[in-house]
Design a protein around this ligand. Structure first.
Ligand code: ATP
Length: 232
């Protein structure tokens, strides 16, 4: 379980996150919704130790993450696929995957077999240069590179951002497939209706504060969520 308690994170004088507490149950797919600037990316970066909080506590399976440096995080089985994460265009599919395996937490061969099993097209295209993949395949490769770590906890920041609607559908299909794996996922998304369709639980942030939480049915019923994110 990922536990965040009373987390406050600032950029200079500006508090991007204030007194945020949330829990991600092990094995769940938990989403974080919120408009631009709500603090979602800041939260993920703080979990993976790229940002130092002013106050608060972050623990993964009881282990205090604030005692670790950013470089130690992958070794704890935590993968962070940042916003705008893209492939290395001139490298092959296999080379891209192997970069993800660099700080592997598990066995590289079994991670590769797992990733190929999840995304067979990446095995078929192993020697293909990444820039010649379709947009959806490139995003699949960016996600697969994170999975090469064999993570227990996967932090994903807006994997559908900037993709054509047809490709967004593919990305969510992939995310849905990951739910059957033994992996805990914290997914940040602006595409609320799709994110709600794959989630077990969700949180909504506004201006750095938690405003609503619940399971997808409860969130869909919330007036604030309907108006701001679902357009009705
Ligand atoms: P988006 O959906 O637009 O990515 P977000 O919810 O991920 O938004 P954050 O990127 O966490 O939001 O930003 C939270 C606030 O912190 C915003 O007001 C943003 O302008 C500010 N901010 C983010 N990064 C920095 C930075 N490096 N320096 C100063 N302010 C920052």
């Amino acid at each position: 379980m990922l536990e965040i308690e009373d987390l406050t994170v600032s950029y200079g004088d500006m508090k991007a996150i204030e007194d945020l507490s949330l829990t991600v149950e092990s094995g769940s797919l938990t989403i974080m919704l919120g408009s631009n600037g709500a603090g979602k990316t800041t939260c993920l970066k703080t979990i993976s130790r790229l940002l130092e909080p002013d106050a608060g506590r972050i623990a993964w399976e009881g282990d205090d993450l604030l005692t670790y440096e950013a470089w130690e995080i992958p070794g704890l089985g935590i993968a962070h696929i940042p916003e705008g994460s893209r492939v290395f265009p001139e490298m092959t599919v296999m080379e891209n995957l192997m970069i993800g395996a660099d700080s592997a937490h598990g066995d590289v061969d079994s991670s590769l077999a797992w990733v190929h099993d999840l995304f067979p097209v990446l095995e078929e295209r192993s020697e293909q240069v990444a820039q010649t993949l379709s947009g959806g395949e490139q995003q699949m490769l960016a996600i697969a590179r994170g999975l090469m770590l064999d993570p227990d906890l996967l932090l994903m920041d807006e994997p559908s951002l900037g993709l054509a609607p047809s490709i967004v559908a593919d990305v969510f299909e992939m995310i849905d497939e990951l739910r059957t794996e033994d992996i805990t996922i914290l997914l940040v998304e602006q595409n609320a209706s799709r994110a709600l369709s794959v989630a077990d639980y969700g949180y909504v942030l506004e201006a750095g504060r938690l405003v609503v939480q619940g399971d997808p049915d409860e969130l869909r019923e919330e007036e604030a969520v309907r108006q701001a994110y679902l357009g009705h």
